[in-house]
Design a protein around this ligand. Structure first.
Ligand code: MG
Ligand code: MG
Length: 248
């Protein structure tokens, strides 16, 4: 069931979303060669708690970290560890925070120091696909319209669209209905209504769309080892458009 949020619920989601956005802003300055992903995870945990929220992903389905940190060919669900970031890496921080029972969810891929032109383009183009998907959202938009726009951008740049992982409704649970795939046909899928809150989150690969899961039972990586980027915002559907809840 896709829920329509009340004014009170939307206010709480704005607060949860702003804590997520602020956590990104706070962590960004620590993304440098030499920091471990575990250190970033601890900074995220402390910041979210200090903000009056709780980390949404800690123990979610048994996830061992506070946030998901995925490097280079890792697509999503990387587990924080003693691995150090290196110059030229790209790193995705996927952050969720829960405030008074409501969640915000946002992922962003960052450069570590100076990165290759190929990786710069991948980040720019994946971000472009997120905003292309968001641009069609308003009361009455079909979910398929979002995926259609995202994959149109991916096709333009010859990037692989990850299909096994999708965006989703957000609210009392991090993952609610509907699924929001990054591919689709216009005019198909559930119809969005004013007051719905969803996460749109393209995951685009420099190479093929194929992925697999590592033996740690969490980390998803690209099959060809080429880098992957992930940009996500939680948004509120409005009558004539959308409001980003997780902005910085
Ligand atoms: Mg996320
Ligand atoms: Mg999400």
């Amino acid at each position: 069931m896709i829920t329509i949020k009340s004014e009170r619920e939307i206010e709480l989601m704005r607060k949860a979303g702003s804590i997520v956005g602020d956590t990104h802003h706070y962590l960004e300055k620590f993304i440098k060669p030499g920091i471990t992903t575990k250190e970033l995870d601890k900074l995220a945990n402390d910041y979210i708690i200090k903000s009056g929220a709780t980390p949404s992903f800690k123990n979610l389905y048994g996830f061992p970290g506070t946030i998901c940190i995925s490097i280079n060919e890792e697509v999503v669900h990387g587990i924080p560890s003693s691995r150090k970031l290196k110059e030229g890496d790209i790193v995705t921080l996927d952050i969720g925070a829960c405030y008074k029972g409501y969640h915000g969810d946002s992922a962003w891929t960052y450069p570590v120091g100076k990165i290759s032109k190929e990786k710069q383009d991948l980040l720019k183009e994946t971000e472009e696909s997120l905003f292309a998907g968001l641009a069609v959202i308003k009361d009455g938009t079909h979910v398929g319209d979002i995926g259609y726009e995202v994959s149109k951008v991916a096709d333009k740049y010859n990037l692989g669209v990850v299909k096994e992982l999708v965006g989703h409704g957000v609210g009392n649970e991090v993952h609610e209905d509907p699924d929001v795939p990054n591919y689709g046909k216009q005019g198909t899928g559930p119809i969005l209504k004013e007051g719905m809150t969803i996460a749109v989150e393209p995951m685009l690969n420099l190479g093929t769309a194929d992925i697999y899961q590592l033996d740690d039972d969490w980390t998803i990586v690209t099959a060809d080892d080429l880098p992957s980027a992930h940009f996500e915002h939680t948004i509120l559907v409005t009558k004539n458009g959308y409001e980003i809840l997780t902005k910085r």
